[in-house]
Design a protein around this ligand. Structure first.
Ligand SMILES: Cc1ncc(C[n+]2csc(CCOP(=O)(O)OP(=O)(O)O)c2C)c(N)n1
Ligand SMILES: [Mg+2]
Length: 822
């Protein structure tokens, strides 16, 4: 059969491509020959089709750069030089698989059907129509792909039959932590019998996560932490390092020990009796070698869940890094010449000719067709992008004409703006809005009918564009946590009084009994059931996959959770102490918090991060960095339950929606007694709804978490002085008091104090701004509103350290007295 391939040195074939198609007909040589001829023809067709796609993608890169340089797009970053490797890689990307990549992957996106040429250009033009740029509705730079995972009714799509891509990000190596979770989910789907029923999410954990990363980005800690965790966990993660020798201008020798990521990783290589991962080296221009190597490595990852790293070397950047600058500034003449010779498309062309798979004329024809296809895609995308803007221009000009016809306004000014807009061949929405505003602003209010029309037009347009540019920070409708109905906690008359941690323990036990998609993991979460015993005994009961220990690696614990959540699981990913949130903050901020926004509500990541914080002991176990969290995590719900019953109710709420959240339990609340609700697994605590804990008439005190207990103590002292405080627990900082209930309290008391244990000007200032500005609270003040926070330094160790660092009972009493006496 091999002989029948004729002209080709057989070792150069990606043989599986021929043989995949062939069904063996034993003892029938003629039939076998025919069959193999046929398969050779199929093979040749596939190879030429690959070359064609490589040419199209290259044309897209060349055209894309031109579009930026001529001003039609703002910035461009392209995948030229990586075409062949990505076409080879896409051959083994199956339905159910996930990509977690970066901005060089356009050819892979084309080859796998994740993107079309036209969609690529729509994103380049920043077209805000989600039907044109389905990845980001113009919100992301070009080459940032994504696919949807949940529909608007809150149903998971059939991910197992789709080719999936997590939504790309620009920060280098940011795709790595979640890649771990995307792969880890396969392990769970294969190993946890209760998950077999979710056929729309996985087929026996056969799905592989394809991560791509540039050579220079492997210098990031994200890469190393992910690779180590993958080696430990043994998950089907395949990592492709596109090694083009540079990170913008900085060459490998300044990036990587020994100048080679595969050499540096040698100690991670799996051997017969160890964990670790497989490492392959392959050249980025060697089509046949790439196909064979990828086929073998990816099959291994899929079948055995052993991770794989492909170090794809000798890759080039024909146009340099991006449209910002040229590579002639930092590459030597020799390097530039080498890049020309080793250009992967050129190499593939040579290989096709050498092996007589096509003649020069045939290849020229393919190249010419590729140009046309890229041009057509570009043109269609531009026409679709510009059409609605042109319509707006037309409407605007009509409004202007009406002003001219009326003859009352500043006719010269209006005519001038009309001319400018009409002459603009590439108008932006901004240009129309600015001109309309200019005209409105130039005339007194209610000046004339035509100007009123212009005002109306302006207001409507602004509203319409807000939908394009300012929506989907959070999920809406069935996916939103704010839509979850409130179910109050119910208590028996003789309700048990339990320690906070025991309440949580009972809660998690019930949760894990009825909800097979929930998984909890983190440092010390498995065997000992977390440092405060919320999961004590539960791993033994529910299984070591359901509740598991991880390494000390907050960044990739977050990534593990993110990837799992993208695949339909409901991870509770634990950060052991709130102070260590900083280690896991980057993926939460760049990836999770921006996900709804950057995909315009099409990709969901309902991760729940569980942590514990506020006051306990010392500099790294007492932090309450709420300002840091709420300011970096807009897009994530931030729950600050005062006790463990409230925490359980919040978990229930969150698990009914598809939004990400952080639940910060009170470190000093685990041993406080609480009543056990009867409907532990049903009751919900609504988000964004403060609770009045004590009614009062002289002052409103607003706080959350463990400071509420400090305030309650202070209130007893104040009560003795006849001062009546209304105490409000905000319950969640994001969202914050969605119905503006706090201002209602202020209307009654006319004094307000915001208390927390964050640094001054942080969490308290956030609450202050909401109530004063958004709720108009300033109108109801008799005295200056105040904030009481911790000291600006980190909290010192010991009881006195706590006393002098965090707001204490006496501090609260003093501030309230000052306010009452003012
Ligand atoms: C965290 C972070 N730091 C810096 C940058 C700016 N930056 C963008 S791409 C890049 C170089 C990446 O090089 P490499 O990983 O080799 O990928 P290549 O572009 O060469 O494919 C840098 C420094 C960034 N996007 N993110
Ligand atoms: Mg590079």
């Amino acid at each position: 059969m091999r002989k029948s391939t004729g002209h080709l040195p057989i070792h150069q074939f990606p043989l599986h491509l021929c043989f995949n198609q062939v069904s063996m007909i034993e003892n029938n040589e003629l039939a076998m020959n025919m069959q193999s001829q046929l398969s050779f023809e199929q093979f040749r067709k596939e190879v030429l089709s690959d070359f064609r796609l490589a040419c199209i993608s290259r044309e897209v890169s060349l055209l894309g750069r031109r579009e930026v340089l001529t001003g039609k797009a703002k910035f461009g970053i392209f995948g030229d030089g990586k075409e062949i490797a990505q076409i080879a890689m896409a051959k083994y990307f199956k339905p159910g698989d996930f990509r977690s990549g970066y901005y060089r992957d356009q050819t892979f996106a084309f080859a796998s059907g994740i993107a079309t040429v036209e969609q690529f250009f729509s994103q380049l033009y920043a077209d805000p129509d989600i039907n044109h740029d389905p990845f980001s509705a113009g919100r992301q730079m070009n080459s940032h792909f994504s696919t949807s995972n949940i529909d608007m009714e809150g149903n998971w799509l059939n991910l197992a039959s789709m080719k999936n891509s997590a939504a790309d990000m620009a920060p280098t190596a940011a795709q790595m932590p979640r890649a771990l979770g995307l792969a880890y989910a396969s392990k769970l789907f294969r190993e946890v019998p209760e998950l077999q029923q979710y056929e729309h999410l996985s087929r026996n954990g056969n799905e592989v996560c394809f991560a791509t990363i540039g050579d220079a980005s492997t210098s990031e800690g994200h890469f190393w932490e992910t690779m180590n965790a993958a080696g430990v966990l043994q998950v089907p993660l395949v990592v492709f390092v596109w090694d083009d020798g540079y990170g913008i201008s900085v060459p490998k020798k300044y990036q990587t020990t020994k100048g080679s990521i595969s050499t540096a990783l040698e100690g991670f290589r799996k051997t017969e009796n160890t964990n670790g991962f497989e490492i392959y080296n392959v050249k980025g221009w060697d089509y046949a070698g790439l196909c064979e190597t990828f086929e073998e490595g990816i099959r291994k990852a899929r079948e055995t869940h052993v991770p794989v790293l492909f170090h794809v070397e000798e890759i080039t950047q024909p146009q340099g890094h991006s449209t910002s600058g040229s590579h002639e500034r930092y590459k030597s003449r020799e390097r530039l010449a080498w890049e020309k010779d080793f250009d992967c498309n050129r190499k593939m062309r040579q290989w096709l000719l050498e092996n007589a798979l096509a003649d020069d004329a045939a290849l020229q024809q393919i190249e010419a067709e590729a140009k046309v296809i890229a041009q057509e895609g570009r043109k269609n995308a531009w026409d679709k992008y510009i059409a609605p803007i042109k319509d707006q221009v037309q409407l605007f000009l009509e409004r202007c004409q009406a002003i001219l016809d009326e003859g009352r306004g500043d006719v010269a000014y209006v005519s001038q703006l009309m001319q400018e807009i009409a002459a603009n061949r590439e108008p932006q929405r901004r240009d129309i809005l600015k001109s309309a505003f200019g005209i409105i602003f130039r005339h007194p209010r209610n000046f004339s009918g035509a100007l009123d029309e212009m005002q109306l037009y302006y207001d409507n347009l602004l509203l319409q564009e807000k939908e394009n540019y300012n929506t989907f920070l959070h999920a809406t409708g069935a996916n939103s946590a704010l839509e979850v109905p409130e179910v109050p906690a119910e208590y028996a008359e003789d309700a048990q009084m339990l320690n906070g941690y025991e309440i949580l323990n009972k809660y998690f036990d019930q949760l894990f009994s009825y909800h097979p998609l929930v998984f909890a993991f983190g440092e010390d979460v498995g065997k000992i059931g977390d440092v405060n015993q919320g999961f004590a005994g539960l791993q033994q009961k529910h299984g070591k996959e359901r509740i598991s220990d991880t390494g000390i690696r907050e960044l990739t614990i977050m990534g593990q959770g993110i990837g799992m959540a993208l695949r339909g699981l409901r991870p509770i990913a634990e950060i052991q102490y709130l102070d260590y949130m900083l280690y896991g903050l980057q993926p939460l901020s760049d990836d999770v918090a921006s996900l709804q926004y950057r995909t315009k509500g099409t990709q969901f990541c309902p991760i729940i991060v569980r942590t514990r914080g506020h006051r306990l002991e010392g500099i790294w176990h007492s932090g309450s960095p709420m300002g840091m969290i709420i300011n970096s995590l807009r897009g994530i719900h931030i729950c600050v339950p005062r006790n463990m019953v409230q925490a359980a109710g919040m978990y229930n709420t969150l698990l009914q929606a598809h939004e990400p959240a952080i639940v910060i339990e009170s470190l000093n609340g685990y041993r406080l007694k609480e009543r056990l609700p009867e409907n532990l697994k049903e009751f919900t605590v609504p988000l964004g709804i403060p609770e009045v804990l004590h009614e009062g008439s002289d002052i409103t005190i607003v706080s959350y978490g463990s400071t509420l207990r400090i305030i309650e103590e202070a209130m007893q002292i104040l009560d003795q002085q006849g001062i009546s405080c209304e105490l409000i627990d905000v319950q969640t900082l994001l969202p914050f008091d969605i119905h503006h209930s706090i201002v209602e309290s202020l209307k009654k008391t006319n004094r307000i104090l915001f208390v927390d244990e964050d640094v001054p000007g942080s969490g308290t200032a956030f609450m202050f701004q909401h109530v004063m500005e958004k709720q108009g609270g300033y109108r109801y003040l008799d005295v200056a509103p105040r904030t009481l926070a911790a000291q600006p330094h980190r909290p010192a160790y010991g009881t006195d350290g706590d006393y002098f660092s965090k707001p204490n009972v006496e501090d609260v009493v003093k501030v309230v007295l000052e306010m009452i006496r003012e």
